[in-house]
Structure formats: C-alpha cells, structure tokens
Design a protein around this ligand. Structure first.
Ligand SMILES: [Zn+2]
Length: 393
C-alpha cells in the first residue's frame, strides 16, 4: 500500500460560512471576481454580499461576468487581459464550476503568459510546463456539482478546435474555498439533479479508477452514500437546508476524490459530447452515457461496482464477478428514476449517431489521459459502442 496526498486548500464549510469572508486571511488587496454571464449572482445578491464582505477587509473588487455554462478559452484570455490591466492580485471564482474553473485558468495565464492552450497536455495542446506559480484563487461555490473547490482541475473548451480538456497542476488548487450550502437553495431541481449526478460520477469513477487508493476510497464511498440518500430530497425540496448541506458535502468529498484518484474515460466521452454540443449540461452527458459505460465495465473493475451498489443500500447477496457488478447498474437506473433524469434524450441536445466517429475520436485524443485510468483499456470500437448506447435509451 502506498499513497501521496497533497491538498493545499483551506476549505471552510457550512451554512452561513460566506460571512467569514469578512475576516478570513486573503491573499491580496484587489480581487477580480469571475462570474457567469447569466444574471443570477447579481439577482440573488451574492455578488453584492461578496463585495461588501471584502470591503470590510479593505479589499477592492473588479468583476468579469461573461462566463458560459461550458467555459471557453476566449473568455479566459479576456479575463486575463483585464486582470493585468486593472492590477488585480488575486481571483475569486463565484458561482458554479464554470466560473471557478475559469478563475483557475486565468490564474495560470496571468502568471505564465502566452496562449492558454500552450499548457494543455493533450489534444492540440503544447504541454508546456508552468514556470510561474498561478495567481491565488479563492473559490466560492453556489452549486454542488464539479467538486472544483477541492481539486486542482479546470475544464475549458477551445472553441476553435472543439476540444473540452481538463488541466491542472499543484499550483491550481484554490488557496481557500468557501462552501456555504445556503447559496445553493435557489438552484432549480433539474440542475440540482444534473450537478448532483456529476458529483456522484466523480465518486464512482474515482472508486473504479485503477489509481484508487485507501484515501480516495474513503472519500468516494462516503460521497456516494450521501448522494444516494440526499440528492432525491434536495430535488424534491429545494429549500431543505439539511439536504442541501449533505449534497454539498458529498460534492466537496467528490472533489477530494478527484484530488486523490481520477475520473475515468466516461468523462472523456462526455467532454466530447459537450464540446460538440455546448448546450448539453455536463451532468446530462454523464447520465446519458452511464448505463452503457457501467454495463460495459461490469466484471472488469475487480468487483468495485458491487461495492458501490452496497454503499447505495442494495444487497448483492451471493453474487460474484460481473453479476455482482451489474447490481450497480440496477441501482443506477433506479436512482435515475428517483431523481427524474431517466427520460433524458441525447437528440434533445443536438447529438446524433451520425457523429459517432467524431465523438469517439475527440474523446480519445482531447482527453486521452483518462482512458489510461480505466481498469480495462478500451479500443476505438469499444469507445464507439459505449457512446452509441446514448442513442438507444
Ligand atoms: Zn464531471
């Protein structure tokens, strides 16, 4: 047994913790706050609250407010230019994963210059090392989905090449993350479900990945148990702070899974789908792929899918091997029904089986690394076979 764990993020968790921003140590005097292009951070009053809490520490703020649901490279460059011009010395990602990931990507580019794709290690990226420590990033999450507050990863789409690629380094962990479940009460049920499933799959993939270890297993199984119990409650009762808090905890734990284990090729295949169809939420793509992916991997993951089923409260009885793993597929489909995501259709987001070849090729080049994290190495034909199942639902 061996592991090497390094998670240098201070995580302040719990209802009402946003107010601590007024006194927590912060890394600079002028913040660039990165938010989405929608109006929600202003409408809900979160932006004003953050600005006034920072003012109590005599920290001034600028705002970049163009980030899309699937964030793009052009906005990373725009924000970077603005940060340099205005002399901001740290970045706050306020919102969902897209705003926080964009903040991390800007932090890399402000410190290291050049083109953001210079540093991307796969696809058409040039794989250059980061020579300078990225600007400090503070993450304030208002959704429970990507786990980005507890990991170094940032996912950006290069809109010129249709590549949606994850990137991260030791220096791209947030230095501080505030996870206040009160900020998540207004997330509508459908998005609560999509984001919750993203967190769920970070934990399930991290548990079946070939680099899973004693530490990541603890985070993964706890995250899975919490989501199985509390996500349907958070969807049915959006104002239930107890449910929101448990789902937020599960999401942060799944971020810790991503910091200690890895996602698997299911995420590569999803990134291909949402690179071609940016209107498809990441969680939707993962849900569409999940039955085909896990059915294929049943019997190929050393019994680990059976463990997940048991964690979700399902009995595997005397079953062994593939039969035992397939109990998880039953549990997954039942869970999708409970969360009202069992009738999603790929075609509603523009996906088409005529593009199967492109999706598979994109997944295996842009996000090739995650294919090496599976316990069984997929061929091109098998990748296509799994992606094709999204059209057979
Ligand atoms: Zn994800």
């Amino acid at each position: 047994m061996s592991f090497d764990v390094h998670i240098p993020t201070r995580i302040v968790f719990g209802p009402g913790t946003l107010d601590e921003l007024a006194k927590l140590p912060l890394p600079g005097k002028k913040a660039m706050i990165v938010i989405s292009q929608g109006n929600s951070m202003r409408r809900l009053g979160f932006l004003d609250r953050v600005i006034s809490l920072l003012a109590q520490q005599n920290i001034s703020c600028e705002v970049y407010d163009k980030i899309q649901a699937n964030p793009i490279k052009r906005h990373v460059h725009e924000g970077t230019a603005l940060i340099k011009k205005l002399g901001c010395d740290f970045i706050i990602g306020l919102g969902g994963g897209s705003s926080i990931d964009s903040a991390k990507a800007m932090a890399v580019l402000v410190a290291n210059g050049g083109d953001y794709w210079d540093y991307i290690g796969t696809g058409t990226g040039k794989g250059k090392p980061l020579l300078h420590q990225p600007l400090p990033v503070v993450a304030i999450t208002t959704t429970a989905g990507t786990g980005t507050e507890a990991d170094p990863w940032t996912v950006i789409t290069n809109e010129e090449t249709n590549e949606k690629i994850g990137f991260g380094a030791k220096g791209t962990f947030p230095i501080l993350s505030i996870v206040d479940p009160e900020l998540m009460l207004s997330v509508p049920p459908t998005f609560t479900a999509y984001q919750g499933f993203d967190a769920f799959f970070h934990a399930t993939e991290g548990y079946i990945a070939n680099i899973a270890n004693e530490i990541s297993d603890l985070y993964a199984l706890k995250s899975i148990a919490l989501i199985a119990k509390w996500l349907p409650v958070a969807i049915a009762e959006p104002n239930n702070i107890e449910a929101r808090t448990h789902v937020a905890l599960a999401n942060t734990l799944s971020g810790l899974v991503e910091s200690t284990s890895s996602c698997t090729s299911s995420h590569s295949m999803e990134h291909a789908l949402s690179a071609f169809h940016p209107e498809m939420p990441h969680g939707v793509g993962l849900i569409l792929l999940s039955e085909g992916y896990y059915r294929f991997f049943a019997g190929k993951v050393d019994g680990r899918m059976g463990d997940i089923a048991e964690t979700m409260g399902w009995s595997v009885g005397e079953k062994r091997g593939r039969e035992r793993d397939l109990i998880f597929v039953d549990a997954l489909l039942d869970f999708q029904k409970k969360c009202h995501v069992d009738t999603l259709q790929a075609s509603d987001y523009g996906a088409s089986s005529t593009k199967l070849e492109n999706y598979a090729h994109n997944a295996r080049t842009a996000m090739s690394r995650l294919f090496t994290m599976d316990r069984y190495t997929l061929s091109f034909a098998e990748t296509k076979e799994i992606i094709n199942t999204i059209f057979e639902r």
